[in-house]
Design a protein around this ligand. Structure first.
Ligand SMILES: [Zn+2]
Length: 60
């Protein structure tokens, strides 16, 4: 098992899911950064952290 290089784990680009670049993090490029900014301004930003709520039976 080879040792992994001490590179910090970067989240994938939220726009295109490519490996993010430290210079443009959390995006992979300046273009994606602009795309994300445009989404924010347009108010059409999708929240990725949307977890399905478990069905709870509040009966009894
Ligand atoms: Zn990207």
């Amino acid at each position: 098992m080879p040792a992994e290089p001490p590179t910090p784990k970067l989240k994938p680009c939220p726009v295109c899911r490519k490996p993010a670049d430290p210079r443009f993090r959390p995006f992979c490029s300046a273009r994606c950064r602009q795309v994300d900014l445009g989404r924010w301004l347009a108010g059409d930003y999708a929240i990725p952290a949307e977890e399905p709520l478990p069905d709870e039976d509040d009966e009894g």
